[in-house]
Design a binder for this molecule. Structure first.
Ligand SMILES: Cc1ncc(COP(=O)(O)O)c(C=O)c1O
Length: 369
């Protein structure tokens, strides 16, 4: 596939503050391509970062056909960068698209396009410890129509954002509110797709939880409001007796996280037992109170591991490990980030290094991807 690369007239130098935060700064360029039934995916281009021109009748604004992803490129020495399991994200992008009635992308082409974009924008890969270049691919429905049916045309774009570490020098446990009144997703719905509607419906509840001193919301299953599902943008796990990591099985309404999958694979190699099954929230409360649950943590691309210090449910609080980060969360965080940042060899084949230093940044030429 050929990618047209438009020149930049006034590129901003890659300068960003020490405190990068998450998704506040964006690089100079973006990748775009369009889909129509006649031409399939076409017009693959890397263009200056810019606002999208959307017809007010665009399908996305009325029916919300949209899927997205979140991946990180990690800095490497010697003019290289590295992806972590980007193939799993590309597969999930297509699974989400299928569920939302949208066309598939060619995963290899998608990854090559991201690589080409990063090669041009490599100066924006932050080098502070714990930081990375966050990659946000999106596909959305563009056909101007108010009919409730699949759009015929789509836009696929990728933007890049240098992001800082989720935690500063030490992991700080987060307080998590367990929602009884509201649910995120139901089996058979769209919960296992990464689509915007799942997040839109959660915002009001998360804001309410924040007003009550919590940082995130843990969702229960939508039918019985009894089984633990996942946290806002992360999967959840509990540590039993300091050695057994237990996470809810993928139920059809939980997003299958790449971090979750990696931890399930990594755990046994660190001497931990791992299991996936249904976790009854009442049993979970009893296990916290009896001390059988020694830690709880959320897992996702952004923070990698976020320990939970306290759950709030109705009017009661359940404190875990004295609101301190536990040894299992710490070890898993270190083991996974050591692989992601290339501090140790990757025995799993999860990382994919690519050269970034040999690009011709202002190139107007057609690049092969
Ligand atoms: C709802 C939800 N659950 C879980 C995750 C964790 O997934 P991953 O580990 O692939 O980032 C995310 C983040 O993408 C998410 O949005």
């Amino acid at each position: 596939m050929q990618i047209r690369i438009e020149p930049l007239s006034n590129p901003r130098p890659a300068e960003f503050p020490q405190e990068l935060g998450f998704g506040r700064y964006f690089t100079n360029r973006m990748f775009t391509q369009r889909y129509s039934p006649e031409d399939g995916w076409h017009d693959a281009s890397i263009v200056p970062y810019q606002a999208l021109a959307l017809d007010p009748a665009s399908h996305i604004l009325h029916c919300g056909q949209d899927v997205f992803e979140g991946i990180k490129a990690y800095p490497r020495p010697h003019s290289q960068a590295s992806f972590f399991r980007i193939d799993r994200n590309a597969e999930r992008f297509n699974r989400s698209a299928r569920r939302m009635g949208m066309p598939a992308i060619d995963p290899d082409m998608h990854i090559e396009a991201i690589e080409t974009l990063i090669r041009l924008e490599h100066e924006w890969i932050p080098s502070q410890p714990g930081s990375a270049l966050y990659i946000r691919p999106v596909m959305l429905a563009t056909e101007p129509t108010l009919e409730v049916r699949a759009s015929r045309t789509f836009l696929h774009f990728v933007i890049l954002s240098p992001v800082g570490p989720y935690f500063g020098s030490a992991m700080t446990p987060v307080p998590v509110f367990i929602s009884h009144d509201y649910v995120r997703a139901v089996r058979g719905g769209t919960g296992e797709a990464k689509t915007i509607a799942n997040y839109a419906g959660s915002i009001f509840v998360t804001e309410e939880a924040r007003a009550r001193g919590f940082q995130q919301v843990l969702w229960l299953d939508a039918v019985e409001r009894r089984y633990v599902e996942e946290v806002g943008g992360m999967n959840i796990a509990f540590v039993y007796d300091g050695k057994h990591v237990r996470t809810p099985a993928l139920s059809g309404s939980i997003l299958p996280g790449v971090t979750r999958e990696s931890i399930l694979q990594l755990g046994p190699d660190l001497g931990l037992e791992v299991s996936e099954d249904r976790i009854d929230v009442r049993e979970m409360f009893a296990d916290i109170e009896s001390g059988r649950i020694t830690e709880a943590f959320a897992m996702g691309t952004g923070a990698v591991i976020a320990p939970v210090g306290r759950f709030g449910y109705k009017e009661k609080n359940y404190v875990i490990n004295d609101n301190e980060t536990g040894p299992v969360a710490q070890r898993l965080f270190e083991a996974l980030t050591d692989i992601q940042y290339g501090r140790v060899a990757d025995p799993y084949g999860w990382t994919r290094n690519f050269a970034v230093g040999d690009n011709n940044a202002g190139a107007q030429k057609v690049a092969r991807a």
